[in-house]
Every structure is written in C-alpha cells, then in structure tokens.
Design a protein around this ligand. Structure first.
Ligand SMILES: Cc1cc2nc3c(=O)[nH]c(=O)nc-3n(C[C@H](O)[C@H](O)[C@H](O)COP(=O)(O)OP(=O)(O)OC[C@H]3O[C@@H](n4cnc5c(N)ncnc54)[C@H](O)[C@@H]3O)c2cc1C
Length: 397
C-alpha cells in the first residue's frame, strides 16, 4: 500500500455483521466482501419469521451469554449505536412490547436498505467465493493463495442453519490462525426429552423452569410447542443455550413444566372449580383450561382415570395430579442439532479480541458476528450482536 491509497480491506462472509462492517469500513477504505453464496444476507431473510426482529428495548446483560464478561460490549453507548444505525439506513421501527421490526413487516426491506448502502459506498463483492485458507505474510493477509488485503475481517457466522451458508468453516479458519475457540454448541433450538408422550402438535401457554444437577437455573414463560421428540417454542429456545452447555459437561438437565402458570394455588383452583361446575369428571373439569388431548396425556402420566371425579381421588392421586399439572418434571437428553438451531453458543473467545474494536491479537485481523463467543436470547439480541460488532470493526479497521 502506498501513501494516499485507500487500505485494502477483505471481509469474509456477507451476512449481517460482514455487510454492516463493509458499510462502515468503506467510508475510508477499498472494501471487498468475499461471499460463499451467490447472494448476500441469505439468513437475514429468515429472521423473525421473515419479519426481522432486529432490536429489543430490554438490554439486560443477562439476555446475552458468553464465557467472558460482556460489560464492556453491551454498554448503553454501544446499544445506542445499533439503534441509530437502523435509523440511519432508513428503517422505521414497528415496536411490539419492546421488540423492533421494520414497519414494512418484511426482512427483505432491511436487506434492500443494506444492499443500497453497499452500492452507494462502492463496496466490491465476490460471489460464490469460499475462503478456506488465510495466511499472514509480512503486513498482508493472503486469501486462498491468490488475494491480498492489508486488513481482514472474518464474519462467516456459526454453524447454525448451514443451508444459509454458515457451515462452520469460520471456526477452522480461526483454528488455523491459532486463535482460541470456545466449543460451539447448538442454541435457540428444541429440546429432546427422555419420556415420549402422544402430545405432538399441541401448543399451550406454560412456565418452564430449568434445573441442572437438581439446582434451579432459570425459567421462561410463553407458548410451549409439544412434539414427538420433546418440546419446542421460543421459551424452550431461550433455555436451550444453558441446557446445551450443561449437557456437554455431562450435567443432568431437567425441565419442570407448569401448565397452569396463571394459577397461584392449583389445589384450591381445582377444588373451587369442582364446587362451581357440577357433575364433571376430571377430564371435563380441566376442559376449558387445557387442550383435552393434553389433559388425557397428563392424567395418564399421573395414573388417574379420566372418568373419575375430583372427590373420588385419593390424597396421593390428588397430589400427583397437582404436581403433574404444575411441575411436570422431564429429563432433557439432548438438543436438536444445527439444522434446527437459530444460533450457536461458543465461538472465538473474547479473551482473543479488543472489545472496543473487535481486532484480534493478530494485528489487522478482526472477528465479528456470531463467530464470536456471544449468543443472545430470542428477541433481536443476535442481530444486535452482529450489528454492533460489525459497526465497531468497520469504524476501527
Ligand atoms: C431461522 C432463523 C431466525 C432468526 N431470527 C432472528 C431474529 O429475529 N432476531 C435476531 O436477532 N436473530 C435472529 N437469528 C440469528 C441471526 O440471524 C444471526 O445471529 C445472524 O445472522 C448472524 O450474523 P453473522 O453475520 O454473524 O452470520 P450470517 O448472517 O450467518 O452470515 C455469514 C455469511 O458468511 C458466509 N460464509 C460462511 N463461511 C464462508 C467462507 N468460508 N467463505 C466465504 N463466505 C462464507 C455465509 O454464506 C453467510 O453469508 C435467526 C437465525 C435463524 C437461522
């Protein structure tokens, strides 16, 4: 590079983080995105069920997970940068309970806005270009033995949803550069449970608590989807990151489901309902509260015949019923794998980067997006990480 020339910046991976980094970096540099697919931002189109939930007002740090502290990254100023960025590119938010979507209701409008910025800034793009080798030679980075850049950003994503292009190849690139990786694991994914029930297809509102080696960890409430292999739904996704890590360390992971989260005292609730509603057996008593197919499964599990009335139950049966309805205990034996996972936990250890700039300990090499060891809950947190790390690297590269 001669004085007066722009720096040549290479960005490996044209997903959310890579594209945003390119937009920022191209203000002062000659930027090229190297993308394995024949188009950019494939995964973005799937986000938020095609509506792209890109931000959330609730920025409690506990909504993010990492092996390292995130205090220096999830700061008020940084979060403001993310929000302003979408404003700058013309996305008007539609905010539902703190969850941000584009007012257009479609992820494609976010994609188009980002592509327009790339075009305005003359960012070069090489499509169908898979990077499998990076070498540092003197002050340059040599890609696949043929391209040279002054600085390099790796934004290849994780191994979640590999059909969108994020096939995990970024981890290999990092390993080859001797950078430390926290083991990637499936996250925001369904859980497989030991017992099998005939409840596939049922959806209900529930509160689910996660226990590890008998210790309470955390809980989530929302729509629970019951499946032939176990449980799914956003509340389960939000528990899966911690469950996945625990299972990997051979810990016992158990979920307890409360099917009546709106009831304070289940015993009293059942007795009151029984005295109010005449001549009902237990199945009929619970109809109107829970899906009847689910009631049958739960009564079966509690060892209670559905044609009995509440007053015919022994104390033991009554207690069993209460426990099954409010604290059904299930052993988690695995998670669904990467094809079903929205993100991965793990990735480049944050001990390897400068948290203000995203530069690694290798001068001129930056790592951003989901490839970093940061994963968030459902609700816009993962796009926030991709956006923020893209901005920080793009401004500092
Ligand atoms: C179904 C689904 C729904 C989601 N919904 C939301 C949501 O609503 N809100 C939210 O916050 N998050 C959501 N996420 C998560 C979010 O999409 C990701 O966290 C985010 O896309 C990560 O951005 P990234 O830039 O790190 O990686 P990606 O967006 O995965 O981009 C990586 C890019 O790198 C390319 N690439 C990979 N390897 C190479 C290589 N070796 N050479 C060249 N190119 C390469 C890939 O082709 C891809 O284009 C969802 C994810 C999924 C799968």
């Amino acid at each position: 590079m001669s004085l007066g020339d722009f720096m040549k910046i290479g960005i490996i991976g044209g997903g959310i983080s890579g594209v945003i980094c390119a937009i920022k970096a191209s203000i002062n540099n000659d930027v090229t995105i190297l993308e394995g697919n024949d188009k950019l931002l494939k995964k973005l189109l799937l986000t938020g069920n095609g509506k792209c939930n890109y931000f959330n007002d609730d920025q409690n740090i506990n909504n993010y997970h990492s092996e390292e502290s995130l205090e220096d990254i999830i700061t008020k100023d940084n979060i403001e940068k993310v929000k302003s960025f979408y404003d700058e590119i013309g996305i008007i938010p539609k905010i539902k309970n703190g969850y941000y979507y584009p007012t257009s209701n479609t992820a494609n409008s976010v994609r188009e806005a980002l592509l327009k910025e790339l075009e305005n800034n003359n960012v070069k793009i090489k499509y169908n270009y898979k990077v499998n080798k990076i070498e540092k030679q003197n002050e340059s980075f040599i890609i696949n033995d043929e391209l040279a850049f002054d600085k390099l950003v790796i934004s290849t994503g994780s191994c979640a949803y590999p059909k969108t292009g994020s096939d995990g190849s970024g981890y290999k690139l990092l390993e080859d550069l001797n950078l430390k990786i926290v083991k990637p694991l499936p996250s925001l994914t369904p859980l497989i449970i030991k017992e099998k029930f005939k409840w596939a297809g049922i959806r209900c509102d529930a509160k689910i608590s996660l226990y590890e080696n008998n210790n309470y960890i955390t809980e989530q409430q929302g729509e629970l989807q019951l499946t032939d292999y176990g449980v799914s739904g956003i509340c389960i996704f939000n528990l899966s990151s911690l469950a996945s890590r625990g299972l990997d360390k051979n810990k016992e992971e158990v979920i307890k489901i409360n099917f009546l989260p709106f009831v304070d005292n289940v015993k009293e609730f059942l007795l009151e309902r029984n005295s109010k509603l005449k001549n009902r057996n237990i199945l009929e008593l619970l109809e109107g509260v829970l899906n009847y197919k689910l009631v049958n499964v739960l009564l079966d599990k509690a060892g209670i015949k559905s044609d009995l009335s509440l007053t015919q139950l022994t104390d033991l049966q009554f207690n069993n019923l209460v426990e099954t309805l409010s604290s059904l205990s299930l052993q988690v034996i695995d998670t669904k794998k990467y094809d079903y996972s929205q993100v991965c936990s793990g990735g480049l250890s944050l001990s390897e980067i400068n948290k203000q700039t995203m530069e690694t300990k290798i001068n001129g090499l930056y790592v951003i997006g989901e490839l970093l060891d940061i994963d968030g809950l459902c609700g816009g947190y993962n796009i926030t990480v991709a956006t923020l790390s893209g901005i920080l690297a793009g401004e500092n590269v």
